[in-house]
Ligand binder design. Sequence first.
Ligand code: ATP
Length: 699
Amino acid sequence: MSLKPKVALSQDFLLQLAKLAVTVQTKVMRWAILFQSDPTSAGINYESIHGARDPNLKSVRIDRDWRGIVFKPSQGDVYVLLHVDHHDQAYRWAENRKLTINPVTGAMQLVTLESVNEEAAAARALPAAEPATAASAETERPLFKALDDRDLMSLGVPEDLVGSVRDIASETQLDAMQARLPVEAYEGLFLVAAGDTVNQVLEARETRVDRTVDTGDFATALETPESRSRFVIVDGDEAMVAIMSAPLEQWRVFLHPTQSKLVNGDRSGPVRVLGGAGTGKTVVAMHRAKWLAEHRTPAGRKVLFTTFTRNLANDIEQNLRTLCSRETLEKVEVRNLDAWVHGFMRAHKLEHRIVYDRKQDGAQQAWEAAMAVRDTRLELPDNFYQEELEQVVLAQGISTLDDYRTARRTGRGTLLSRAKRDAIWPVFEEYRGQLSSRKLKEVDDAYREVAELLGVETRTPDYSAVVIDETQDFGPQALKLIRAMVPAGTNDLFFVGDGHQRIYSRNRAAMSKCGIEIRGRSRKLYLNYRTTDEIRRQAVALLEGCEIDDLDDGHDENRRYKSLSHGPAPEIVSASGLEGAAQEAIRFIKSIRSASFSPTSPSFCVIASSEKNREAMSALLRDAGLIGVTISAQNNHADARDAIHFATMHRAKGLEFENVIVIAPSSYLGDAAATQSQRRLLYVALTRARSGAMLVTIP
Ligand SMILES: Nc1ncnc2c1ncn2[C@@H]1O[C@H](COP(=O)(O)OP(=O)(O)OP(=O)(O)O)[C@@H](O)[C@H]1O
């Protein structure tokens, strides 16, 4: 029996391909399809590369000028397409590269040998001063002195780079080596530099280092999640065409090892994935939904993918369409929770309309009528009642005076005696009665009642699993409803979220108090794939002094996050008003557009704190000849690449653009403790940027 050889592409090859002219890409693609179907064909002439440090790297001819570099070990049927370039450049590229297997983790790693020593020397010459993380209180002592060679390799450092890593004495020097290091090694090193032990890192990423590794078995090495984060096995023409047609859509093919471990395989109960902005949480959630749909969804049931806002659900649905086959898509339902509840209520002939905003018609009158029955002798301010309703009564699903008498009121400030509670309760009772007579229902009450209905339903649940994005914005009743949608068990619930980005602040919930037990199934993503480190740091600096939770009863921290890309620091300017802000925005847009060499124009989003300011900015930029589109609940205008996007901070959540211009009142930067929600909004807004950001404050 003859087995077909394994053919793989490297991530670097695809990134290189994306830089080539379309005519060359087409040529390379045609060649690659033939290569994939039979890499042993006599038509492919593998030429040795004179002076190459790795004898397994061969050059192959694509046409007169272009060459591919293929890894073809003397033993085993593995072929990896590593690079493509003009003849001379391709040879030069190959001379100093080596594809090896990490003897401890068993992962396949491409190492650049030539400049390793030079780089390390250059890195050593860099200043050690670094302000932002634990590693910053550094001295010139090597950072990883306490780690032996095996420790370093277990973190993912290739054997050939162990010496260079050992010399690193500052975070700046570590960053200078980032491009040389496999992603897991860079991440492992910065986590250790921030104070984690090697064991903590390995445990958190579920890396086993107790196996014997055959450093000559490339076919086995290709299968590890670490190898899969940079090499993809292609097993057919269709797969080859799909991958090569969208070489920049890396997230579809190459998952970080922690991402892929979260995506694949069974989990004995609810999973929580935390990660700062841009760390690939939505990507994990989408791949997980796909995996569940393909492997663990019985006929007649579905995976529900839910999130908080409608426009984000639309965005996710579009992305899933490019990730999943038609059959898989049929097993995934994407709906924001409110739309789902609305649909459920219609299907069950519950005719109440849902109140999302107490200023909406009907709700306002109901609230005014309720406030009319308040006991003025209590001398409580009006906003006390609104906050008590949201944070205690609705959040905890309290529907009787008895329950209100014993309700937890942590964080509410004012202590209330039983007599006072008795005197306050009629306001809430009246409010619900007033709503009911208008066929209205507060959203938290709707969640609670739907959860109760699901609890008594006897038929098989519609969903076999629920995947939840932006968990931080779901309150206790929403989480309880989600819990009620699927029976507790293997693979039931998969949550991703980030406490830094909670912008619907009334909704803070602790998962464990909502029947969602995640102990032992909590993971964290640390690498920011979206935002430059300069923008990430600025955004994180805005949260200094704010308390960040972990969606359960604990705290989260942001010291350990890092970005993979770098760029200019965000501009922070103050303007005397919206007109001045528009001038700044126009200057910023023009300067980036004029400096851009990209054939497609870079994307921009102007993100304002209110709809009014968004509209004003849109009008001012239009007067200056800059065409715009507004992001709404229904439409993100993802295709309108040449137009400037306009959004409120809430609408921009979960989206991304090359550049963002954030327009915010200067009061958002007031005392950190008093402006936590505003600062979170700024964090969300700034971290929508991939490469450029400006924050304009206005009075
Ligand atoms: N493994 C990966 N390889 C390459 N790019 C990735 C990977 N994972 C995520 N990305 C990219 O990083 C960016 C951020 O990903 P994603 O939106 O999933 O992050 P997030 O953590 O959900 O962000 P936020 O919380 O800010 O909305 C996207 O452009 C995505 O394509």
